[in-house]
Design a protein. Structure first.
Length: 532
């Protein structure tokens, strides 16, 4: 058999519908025509990216002589469209809620599978952020920041950051609050809009009649970082809404082959979704491993989709790393009264968890299945940490997919734990249940030979342990356990001499207080710190 014989004679036809608004009507109207996406007969078209918003109070328009109901936010865009000079009456549009038959689950599933190609094929994508309203001056402010960044950029591409920071002053008349309100609008935190933002060749943001290109927007967001807008000018959540999109676009532009599905799902873990299955399917158009899950089965439940993804990940990457995400995405994090359905080892991505660059320790830069979103320009880490070495995991999953049984690797034993009132990243444990110090009973906590261990050696071991002492990088720099040790010793000294000193982070003072009696080689942690 020839190689050509293995390919199908007829490739599946990807048919889409395009909408063209008509002029002269008292309310929005237009025609809807079907085209083969890859055919030369398919005209250039503009794709619309927007949020569906509330489904109540729909508005009616006329399409091909039929009364058709659209969501209120889309209706506002269609009303303002004839006033936008960027587009003519002959412009064709792809708008999902119009061009896809929302009453046909099979068609919705098929169109979802080619959504990435549709936005990639579009000559341009319009990101509709809503009417100007309380965001008056926001787009003008972003444009101004973009221009000022150009002025602050020297011929050698270095930047005069102090000059740019002058934009913080009142005389510069940047309406920071308007920009904040714009970045807090729902579009920035919806799962589907991320793919639409990344995959489109050209993107323009429209707030009312005002617009700014994706490139200028990203420059403006960088300027907000230089200006340290989180320091009294803008809400931190608003800043990160724009900053995270900028970070993801850098990755998609420079390292698209490294953007794993589960890493993206964690990075946008606090984004909204009307259908919780969309947390997976909305990213397939930009994920390197979109083959982890098949076309959406309309009958599948959210639990079916998440379970299939985990099983497929384990099989594809021969790794159990994905179950580490259950540490963040779990039933308690959902803060819901719904019945717990998913097994504890399957991440429950319905939980809203703020995105982190490195959400769990398994997100190593060298890991093909997980990865992280440190800046795209950062040197790729080649350090690999696997307790089992190159051995594939030995595991089994029960027939009902409820129980995961796996073989572990014993590295050491822990029979003592330090006390804490904090969870990860210094967040206070909301259960109010403080974790008490559990004193070790092992030989390591007993001075067996009668000789006092070196205080310097103990301090070095402790600081290296707390810094993980990994041969990894932070941004472009190697980790420096030595520098960490110096700062650590200063914190300990100040905590001993001035327990309530505000220069020391609260969570460190709390940690020190709860662990001062912890025994290490027969000595308390307090006595070790006092001898430094």
């Amino acid at each position: 058999m020839h190689m050509a014989d293995t390919k199908p004679l007829y490739a599946p036809l990807s048919t889409i519908r395009l909408f063209r608004p008509s002029n002269g009507s008292s309310k929005p109207a237009g025609e809807l025509v079907a085209f083969a996406l890859d055919s030369t007969s398919c005209p250039p078209f503009v794709a619309l990216s927007y949020t569906w918003g509330q489904t109540m109070d729909p508005k009616s328009i006329n399409i091909n002589g039929h009364r058709f109901e659209v969501l209120a936010d889309l209706y506002r865009f269609l009303n303002i469209l004839p006033q936008l000079k960027d587009f003519s009456a002959q412009t064709w549009w792809w708008i999902d809620s119009i061009c896809i038959n929302q009453a046909d689950e099979k068609e919705k599933s098929e169109q979802m599978a080619i959504m990435g190609r549709i936005y990639e094929k579009a000559s341009k994508t319009v990101a509709w952020l809503g009417e100007e309203g309380d965001c008056g001056g926001a787009v003008d402010g972003l444009r101004r920041l973009c221009k000022e960044m150009d002025k602050a950029t020297r011929k050698d591409n270095s930047m005069d950051k102090e000059k740019l920071r002058e934009m913080r002053g009142e005389k510069k008349r940047i309406n920071w609050k308007a920009i904040e309100r714009l970045l807090l609008r729902p579009w920035w935190r919806r799962v589907w809009t991320l793919q639409e933002f990344l995959i489109s060749n050209r993107v323009s943001f429209f707030c009312g009649k005002k617009s700014i290109s994706r490139r200028d927007f990203q420059d403006a967001i960088f300027a907000t970082w230089v200006c340290k807008v989180w320091d009294g000018l803008m809400d931190t959540k608003a800043f990160y809404a724009g900053w995270n999109r900028r970070r993801m676009n850098q990755w998609y532009s420079q390292r698209p082959h490294e953007m794993s599905l589960v890493a993206m799902m964690a990075y946008v873990g606090d984004s909204g979704a009307t259908d919780e299955r969309d947390r997976v399917y909305s990213l397939l158009g930009v994920a390197k491993d979109s083959d982890l899950i098949g076309t959406l089965d309309p009958k599948s439940t959210v639990d079916d989709v998440y379970s299939e993804l985990v099983r497929s990940f384990i099989a594809k990457y021969k790794s159990l790393d994905i179950i580490c995400y259950a540490h963040l995405f779990n039933y308690p994090a959902r803060k819901s009264k719904d019945n717990k359905i998913l097994p504890s080892w399957i991440p429950d991505w319905t939980a809203s968890v703020a995105g982190k660059v490195i959400p769990v320790m398994a997100c190593q830069g060298s890991s093909p299945g997980t990865g992280n979103f440190r800046p795209a320009w950062v040197t790729k880490s080649e350090a690999i940490y696997k307790a089992s070495g190159n051995k594939s995991p030995r595991y089994s999953i029960s027939k009902d997919a409820r129980v995961l049984t796996c073989t572990g690797v014993v590295l050491d034993k822990i029979d003592g734990l330090g006390g804490s009132k904090y969870e990860d990243a210094g967040e206070i444990n909301e259960t109010k249940n403080e974790l008490p110090l559990e004193q070790s009973t092992s030989d390591h906590s007993i001075q067996l030979d009668g000789k006092a261990p070196s205080t310097s050696g103990l301090m070095k071991t402790i600081s290296r342990c707390l810094a993980l002492d990994r041969k990894d990088r932070y941004l472009a720099e190697q980790l420096a356990p030595g520098l960490f040790r110096k700062d650590f010793e200063i914190f300990c000294k100040v905590s001993l001499e001035h327990g309530a000193d505000e220069r020391i982070p609260t969570y460190f003072r709390e940690w020190f207080e709860r662990n001062k009696l912890l025994l290490l080689r027969g000595r308390t942690w307090r006595s070790i710190a006092e001898m430094r």
